[in-house]
Design a protein. Structure first.
Length: 273
């Protein structure tokens, strides 16, 4: 594993001073994170899936409601179909394990019904938000565990491109929604990605109160860092990070169908108020 100063230099780029941080092996491990989109055919060791789920279940859960579930997809044909629904992302097929993380209201609604208790609270946006947050916290714990085992991962937000078809393929009942997917496998050493730089700390870290205008200079430095990164990685990105990111939010049409997310949620049993 690289040294912490080297990892910090990669995380923030040459335009930023390396911050002085309190560090240990866990912090070093977290700083090493990168998204992996190329995997070998090596199968996962027995017990790996169970370890990832145990780590996921060790994450915080709002009110201990545990409003999430996960579907482990190992069947190659099913992974191929999910890859197609996610815009033909081939790494979903390559990775031996694909985890689909779910916002799950069905379990608690069923529990309430079996006890003769109303479940009207589940129909509010707050409860959907809680389920999505729970799923994200659980998944990130699984990512950290996977990487500690020498595995690579990448999140797949495109599970939300065709939510009804994903739900049908995975047999999801009403009140269960696929929030995102996660590829898990052994990284291909011939295609190990570089650590992607992030915004400078003074663009995201606010002390006591939030400051918006003061972020401008840090964002411009980050534009330079990312332009260099795009060139070094031979990434065909038009313009700098700011232009790329602003273009991504310029209209609902740029959201890969997510402008119809509310309709899909309603169809899948989330009558949100």
């Amino acid at each position: 594993m690289s040294s912490i100063p080297t990892l910090l230099a990669s995380r923030y780029g040459r335009h930023e001073p390396v911050p002085a941080i309190a560090a240990n092996a866990v912090v070093e491990h977290l700083l090493s994170h990168r998204s992996v989109r190329a995997y070998t055919a090596e199968p996962l060791a027995p017990g790996t899936l169970e370890a990832l789920v145990a780590a996921a279940q060790s994450a915080a859960s709002s009110s201990n409601l545990q409003l999430w579930s996960v579907v482990a997809v190992e069947d190659g044909a099913r992974r191929a179909l999910l890859a197609e629904l996610a815009g033909n992302q081939t790494h979903i097929v390559q990775a031996p394990l694909f985890l689909v993380w779910l916002a799950d209201h069905a379990r608690l609604r069923r529990i309430a019904a079996r006890r003769g208790i109303a479940a009207e609270g589940l129909d509010y946006l707050e409860m959907y938000t809680m389920a999505v947050v729970d799923a994200a916290l659980a998944a990130q714990n699984a990512v950290v565990a996977a990487e500690s085992l020498g595995l690579g991962t990448v999140y797949i937000g495109a599970m939300r491109n065709h939510p009804e078809r994903v739900a049908a393929e995975l047999g999801l009942p009403r009140g269960v929604f696929a929030v995102f997917g996660l590829c898990v496998g052994h990284p291909d050493p011939a295609a190990l990605p570089a650590i992607k730089p992030r915004l400078p700390q003074n663009a995201v870290l606010h002390r006591e109160t939030y400051a918006l205008e003061s972020q401008d200079e840090a964002v411009e430095r980050y534009n330079a860092t990312m332009s260099e990164f795009y060139a070094e990685q031979n990434m065909a990105v038009g313009g700098d990070w700011s232009k790329h990111s602003a273009s991504r939010i310029s209209s609902p049409a740029k959201l890969s169908g997510r402008d119809r997310l509310k309709a899909a949620l309603n169809a899948l049993g989330f009558e949100l108020r």
